[in-house]
Design a protein around this ligand. Structure first.
Ligand code: SAH
Ligand code: SF4
Ligand code: F3S
Length: 466
């Protein structure tokens, strides 16, 4: 397997900028101002990639629209994490035959994680002839060139050659939010958890240089961004490939030391790489949110081993204890999978016990979905879908009870939030720990850090007053 990262040179990116210029001329010659629709599935990595796709499209003269109807180019940025995600994409691609019939000059592109799977690409080639272009995550930076080729030629384009992955600095970005920004610090994953498709579709771990990340953050702060989230599939293995002696905790400390009023978050950490130093750093810097998303996946040691997770439940719990010993109010969230192949009822009970013990503020819960090409897809699985659904319901009921208890405990407390928008009568904001708070106030507060006292709660949000 290819393991070397491809670094995309400034010359290569300048060439892409030229292609953007040519696309602009192509439309100007026809007296048309083109519009683009970009639809994103999956996680924040994809959201961050879509901001780059929009950035390239804007550089090529496209305006943005929020509907497929009448768009001159449609880009679906896809997710492969579970079967359900893929089915949604195929369903939506199917429906595009009609929009394209109504608007024949429409060009359709598919990109993102699904396009890193050769079987999916084959299916698109055979069964979806009206899709004009396909590119995998490694080829994102080449989008202007692919689009120009599709506009000028009659042939469909496919940029899906596998590689260990690329790093491209300086792709234009069009951010969707003016207060909160994603900053990818590393790409790919080396962990090969036995159920997961990500390492196959996003390539090997590769880190951006610290100075590139710091200058991006500095610029964001200068532009008035109030919240920065450092992103990576396995963010706490940041820097291992660079061999500069800078790890993720060092990077966080450096960003948190930048001047300006902002807060810092990060997503997602793997427990095997979450050392005490990272917790110490979170505790030490006021700008770092006291929140940790630390996926445990299962509370049973046999299952964790079969998942290839490289920690056991005792090690996981000791990390949680350490974090809480430093920060008693640390907000903990996590991911968990129900119904991993062969998971017995007793093994599932271990997961419930771990949840009871940790008492997470929020949980992202998933039913195991076999992904072709991963080891878990080949494992024996004697339990039925109905068994798994029953377990899933028990897990949700348990977490809902805990979430509600945790919500109620906020009543009477004063929390600092970043006011980020309006939802009907009330303003909205998020606490350090990511809790949604609704309160009444004037729009001039949006974009400010303010203190609110919590007076009430629902299952999903806290109600506060200034
Ligand atoms: N890199 C992150 C997140 C990966 S995807 C991490 O390791 O934590 C987000 C979550 O999707 C995972 O944490 C896992 O709980 C879930 N997931 C991944 N593959 C899955 C599969 N095949 N079936 C069900 N859930 C899955
Ligand atoms: Fe997937 Fe595991 Fe990598 Fe997360 S750490 S992306 S679950 S392989
Ligand atoms: Fe999906 Fe790719 Fe993210 S598979 S969850 S969009 S890394």
């Amino acid at each position: 397997m290819e393991t070397k990262t491809t670094v995309i040179s400034p010359e290569q990116l300048r060439l892409q900028a030229q292609f953007c210029g040519e696309i602009k001329e192509f439309w100007a010659a026809q007296g048309i101002t083109p519009v683009a629709f970009v639809d994103t599935y999956g996680c924040q990595q994809n959201e961050a990639d879509s901001e780059r796709i929009r950035g390239m499209l804007e550089a090529a003269g496209y305006g943005m629209t929020d509907t497929e109807e009448g768009a001159d180019v449609i880009v679906l940025n896809t997710c492969a994490i579970r079967e359900h995600a893929e089915q949604r994409v195929f369903g939506n691609v199917g429906a595009l035959t009609h929009t394209k019939r109504r608007h024949p000059r429409q060009k359709i592109f598919l990109c993102g994680c699904m396009m890193g799977q050769p079987a999916v690409v084959e299916r698109i080639k055979k069964s979806y002839p009206y899709v004009d272009g396909v590119f995998s995550t490694h080829h994102l930076w080449e989008f202007p060139e692919l689009l120009l080729r599709v506009l000028k030629g009659k042939k469909r384009v496919f940029a899906v050659e596998d590689s260990a992955g690329s790093i491209a600095e300086g792709i234009p970005v069009s951010r969707t939010n003016s207060l909160k920004a994603w900053v990818s610090v590393m790409y790919g994953c080396n962990n090969f958890c036995s159920y997961c498709i990500v390492p196959y579709v996003r390539g090997r771990e590769r880190s951006r240089l610290p100075e590139d990340i710091l200058s991006e953050c500095r610029e964001l702060i200068a532009q008035g961004y109030k919240e920065i989230t450092l992103l990576g599939q396995n963010v706490n293995s940041y820097g291992k490939d660079l061999k500069l002696g800078v790890d993720f905790a060092d990077l966080m400390a450096a960003v948190a030391s930048l001047d300006g009023e902002f807060r810092l978050r990060f997503m997602t950490s793997h427990p095997k790489d979450a050392g005490h130093k990272l917790f110490d750093t979170i505790a030490a810097y006021p700008k770092i949110c006291k929140q940790f998303h630390l996926p445990f996946q299962s509370g049973n040691d046999r299952v964790l081993k079969a998942m290839n997770r490289h920690y056991d439940s005792a090690q996981y719990l000791s990390l949680v204890d350490y974090g809480r010993s430093l920060m008693p109010d640390l907000v903990l969230t996590s991911d968990v999978i129900v119904g991993f192949p062969g998971e017995t009822e007793e093994e599932f009970e271990d997961t419930l016990r771990l949840i009871e013990q940790v008492r997470y503020d929020a949980l992202f819960t998933f039913i195991f979905s076999p992904r072709a090409g991963t080891p878990a897809a080949l494992m024996d699985d004697p339990f039925s879908k109905a068994d798994k659904n029953r377990r899933f319901d028990r897990l949700i009921a348990l977490q809902n009870r805990i979430s509600e208890e945790k919500h109620r405990a906020y009543i009477g407390k004063t929390v600092r939030i970043l006011a980020d928008g309006r939802d009907g009568e009330l303003l909205t904001g998020r606490t350090d720990g990511g809790r949604l708070v609704r309160f009444s106030g004037s729009d001039s507060l949006i974009g400010q850090f303010i203190d609110v006292t919590i007076t009430d709660c629902t299952t999903w949000s806290l109600i506060g007053k200034l």
